[in-house]
Design a protein around this ligand. Structure first.
Ligand code: SAM
Ligand code: SF4
Length: 316
């Protein structure tokens, strides 16, 4: 379906849980979040119904996210059923990788084609600091498992944080030489629920290029500007929601674990799906697409996202 500003909406991000086994400082509070009642969450059948309705409206690409999707007990069943919905041809999952050692092969077998792994540092102490509880070696074992499971594409997502990991840009980018994976640097977004980061933490993604003068541009893909290091197997991506937002070409809608459609990541508007049948969901998704704003306001340390929830509740 085409939205009111002529953008084809082809991409659904489905958050299957807001719970997580980590507590990344930019994403959620240390104490976690109030657990929703079971009856407030979309059931597995409702999630599949939402995917089916989205596919009927022209969505072809699905990403499963969270919270941490691999903590959801029925995640394999959700993936298996969602990947089989007619019209959905491109399926991915975004994960912190902690549970990938046991889940990578079953996810691939369930039909997931692409995996995005969040990894902000290669330093064990810094990893423990930014995730508040994570163990870097577990995440790296997860990456290894993904590499061995036959996914069509693996990407690392790194949130660029001034004074924290900007000194690691070359070593993170070097992963594209070591492995056939892309590493994407994402500008830190000022989201509710995230810790207060000072202005100095919000770096423009262009800083990545200053640290990688040998990187050569490649064709843009989706929201990322792409580059390649000499001889690298994978590419470097820059995702710039602050310094160069991509609203004009935004093709996505989001559904939260409690069944709210978000027409825009940074707006407070949410349209409920919980309890609806196929036609009801179709109508609500249509409404969400027609209500998609042309763009979000400029974001900065002082001008925070208008989203009504944290990233762990939206799914990125
Ligand atoms: N738990 C999974 C993970 O971390 O990959 C999936 C959910 S997480 C909310 C999805 C993505 O959002 C991650 O790549 C994470 O780094 C990113 N993210 C979370 N908070 C962010 C923020 N404030 N700014 C930029 N990216 C953020
Ligand atoms: Fe959890 Fe992902 Fe948020 Fe980190 S970014 S707290 S892993 S949901």
């Amino acid at each position: 379906m085409i939205d009111s500003f002529g953008r084809p909406i082809t991409y659904l991000r489905l958050s299957v849980t807001e719970l997580c086994n980590l507590r990344c400082r930019y994403c959620m509070p240390e104490e976690g979040i109030c657990k929703l009642r079971h009856d407030e969450l979309l059931t597995e059948d409702e999630m599949i119904r939402a995917v089916r309705a989205a596919a009927r409206l022209g969505v072809t690409k699905l990403r499963i996210t969270g919270g941490e999707p691999l903590t959801k007990p029925n995640i394999l069943s959700i993936c298996r059923r969602a990947c089989r919905v007619p019209g959905i041809v491109d399926t991915g999952i975004t994960t912190n990788a902690i549970r990938l050692p046991e889940m990578a092969v079953p996810l691939r077998e369930a039909g997931i084609r692409r995996v995005n792994i969040s990894l902000d540092t290669l330093n064990p102490e810094k990893y423990a600091y930014i995730t508040r509880r994570g163990n870097l070696s577990e995440a790296l074992r997860g990456l290894d498992a993904a590499l061995g499971a036959g996914f069509e594409k693996i990407k690392i997502n790194t949130v660029l944080i001034g004074g924290f990991n900007d000194g690691e840009i070359p070593s993170l980018a070097a992963l594209t030489k070591q492995y056939p994976i892309d590493v994407r640097f994402i500008e830190l977004m000022p989201m509710p629920g995230g810790a207060g980061f000072g202005q100095e933490c919000y770096l423009p993604a262009a800083k990545v290029l200053e640290a990688l003068p040998e990187a050569k541009p490649e064709q843009e893909e989706g929201v990322a500007r792409l580059y390649r290091l000499p001889g690298a197997q994978g590419r470097i991506g820059l995702i710039s929601p602050l310094s160069r937002h991509f609203c004009a070409s935004c093709n996505r809608i989001r559904v939260t674990a409690d069944g709210k459609v978000k027409p825009c990541l940074h707006s407070a508007e949410e349209i409920p799906l919980k309890g609806l049948d196929d036609d009801g969901m179709l109508e609500q998704l249509r409404r969400a697409i027609l209500n998609k704003p042309c763009c979000h306001q400029e974001l900065s340390a002082l001008n925070r996202s208008q989203a009504a929830r944290g990233m762990n509740q939206i799914g990125g």
